[in-house]
Design a protein around this ligand. Structure first.
Ligand code: DSN
Length: 432
């Protein structure tokens, strides 16, 4: 394997958490172990990333110490001279980056953000519509085991059996039949471009509020590597920690006409005080995402995913929808005769971190499904390029084969090769 010399992305100092080590060595050791794990492994979970050292610093500041229920200029606590500015900065940067009328940066994470959307636009028992979880949707898009599928009447669309793509005519038929109050598009295992204009036409015809959940692709949208839903959707919901590469948090953006309803639903409808240290770190991430090199990052994420998909296809893997347009690849392992969970666990032993995942029309149970889901946001943050993806596909191939035959030495050999490559590409924000 020939690998070109990497540009180091971070060289953090040793002895990184002295106060923590002195106060709680047990916890400090765990943090150190996680840092090592993140540094040494090839992390392919598409919803994960490496935040920058600046984002890490912002999320560990004394902003943590403040309570600030309410919104800038309208708080229920005094002493908000600085916090108001932090939250305004984050909101302004979100609006500027995505071109949205309004941004609420307070949701604690993606699920509370989506719950706030229901609170704003629906009553318990109302019909809501989203993509089914096993088809690539999210729990909070009305799936039965989630509050969103039990407090509301969730109707669900999927993808076509033959090509793994969304059938927009089918979505339209279902929406016109069911007349949902809220229609969600987006998901967690969708490898293809979402046609937001088509969803907007359907929502308008059906009289539904259209919510684009771009948690997975927010960084691609910000970097111009996926079309933006902002011109089409009433509300855009996103986490901030996936391709957007910020702290664990979320944002809701919407048209001006919905701003009051969304703000009221987040606070006081659903949440108490915002996590100000997270708001600050979101502001930093949005600042980073507005820089020209983030555009390059977003496009490289997609180029890497395509190259990885090609490498897997060349080795005979079956991919849902036949490939990818974005940051993720959904692999159906049925023809390899290895359950997804067995493969994911073997890959983990080989230093390659993925998650097992249902594939559309999966005959297996969600806790041991037929597929694995892999993505390129993290490895791209470490500086890997399309030229590296054939090696990654080769490691996945060898590990999946070893999973079937129980060949632990083969997994150990892959792990050593992975560690060697990762050592040459330091992780942002982690010790080298
Ligand atoms: N956001 C989901 C994921 O894609 O991992 C989990 O809810």
């Amino acid at each position: 394997m020939t690998i070109s010399a990497p540009v180091p992305v971070a060289t953090p100092a040793p002895g990184r958490h002295p106060a923590l080590a002195a106060t709680d060595p047990e916890l400090a050791a765990l943090v150190g172990a996680e840092e090592r794990l993140q540094a040494e492994t090839l992390r392919l979970i598409p919803s994960e990333n490496y935040v920058s050292a600046a984002v890490l610093e912002a999320s560990g500041t004394v902003l943590q110490n403040k309570y600030s229920e309410g919104y800038p200029g309208r708080r229920y606590y005094e002493g908000q001279q600085v916090i108001d500015q932090v939250e305004r900065l984050a909101g302004d940067r979100a609006r500027a980056l995505f071109g949205a009328d309004h941004a609420n940066v307070q949701p604690y994470s993606g699920s509370p953000a989506n719950l706030a959307v229901y609170l704003a636009f629906a009553q318990p028992g109302d019909t809501v519509m989203g993509m089914a979880l096993p088809m690539g949707g999210h729990l909070t898009h009305g799936w039965g085991v989630s509050a969103t599928g039990s407090w509301f009447r969730g109707v669900q669309y999927g993808v076509r059996r033959d090509d793994g793509l969304i059938d927009y005519d089918q979505v339209r038929d279902l929406a016109l039949k069911e007349r949902p109050k809220v229609l969600f598009c987006g998901g967690t295992a969708l490898p293809r471009t979402i046609d937001f204009a088509a969803f907007a036409r359907i929502a308008e015809e059906a009289g539904a509020v259209l919510v684009a959940d771009i948690a997975h692709i927010a960084g691609l949208v910000a970097g111009g590597a996926h079309p933006s839903p902002v011109p089409y959707a009433d509300v855009v919901s996103t986490t901030t920690h996936k391709t957007l590469r910020g702290p664990r948090g979320a944002m809701l953006m919407c048209r001006e006409e919905h701003a009051r309803a969304i703000d009221k639903a987040v606070f006081p409808g659903l949440q108490g005080g915002p996590h100000n240290q997270t708001t600050a770190a979101i502001a930093v991430a949005l600042h980073e995402a507005a820089a020209p090199d983030f555009r390059a990052y977003a496009h490289t994420v997609v180029a890497n995913a395509r190259a990885l998909a090609d490498g897997l296809l060349a080795r005979g893997f079956e991919l849902v929808s036949g490939g990818t347009d974005n940051h993720l690849v959904l692999v159906d392992l049925t023809s390899r005769d290895v359950p997804g969970k067995t493969a994911a666990k073997a890959l983990d032993r080989a230093g390659i971190v993925v998650n097992y995942n249902t594939v559309p029309f999966d005959p297996r149970k969600p806790f041991d499904p037929s597929g694995i889901r892999i993505g390129t946001p993290s490895l791209t943050s470490r500086g890997l390029l399309p030229e590296h993806m054939d090696a990654v596909a080769g490691w996945i191939d060898r590990s999946v084969t070893a999973a079937r035959t129980g060949d632990e030495p083969a997994l150990a050999a892959v792990r050593a090769e992975v560690a060697e490559l990762m050592a040459a590409y330091p992780a942002p924000g982690l010790p080298v």
